[in-house]
Design a protein around this ligand. Structure first.
Ligand code: FES
Length: 78
């Protein structure tokens, strides 16, 4: 089963160092790029991560990155 493509490109977000975030892996969240619980009942679960650095990050919007939760340019291939 494939995730829904929430956006064909990254979400540019300002994150805090060491804070716990939950990246939406299913693509169904209304609060992209973060999980809002919409995955419930499906096969996907959110990815918890803590940024090493604070500041601007590019989080995957197409949900096909090989380097989740970060954008790796995979949106250009789908
Ligand atoms: S809403 Fe997509 S993983 Fe939770």
């Amino acid at each position: 089963m494939k995730p829904k493509i929430a956006k064909k490109g990254p979400y540019v977000v300002d994150l805090e160092e060491g804070k716990n975030y939950h990246w939406c892996a299913c693509g169904e969240s209304k609060n992209q790029p973060f999980c809002d619980g919409s995955h419930k009942g499906g096969v996907f679960t959110p990815l918890a991560f803590k940024p090493d650095k604070g500041g601007t990050h590019y989080l995957c919007g197409c949900k096909h990155s090989e380097n989740k939760p970060f954008c790796d340019g995979s949106h250009n291939k789908i």
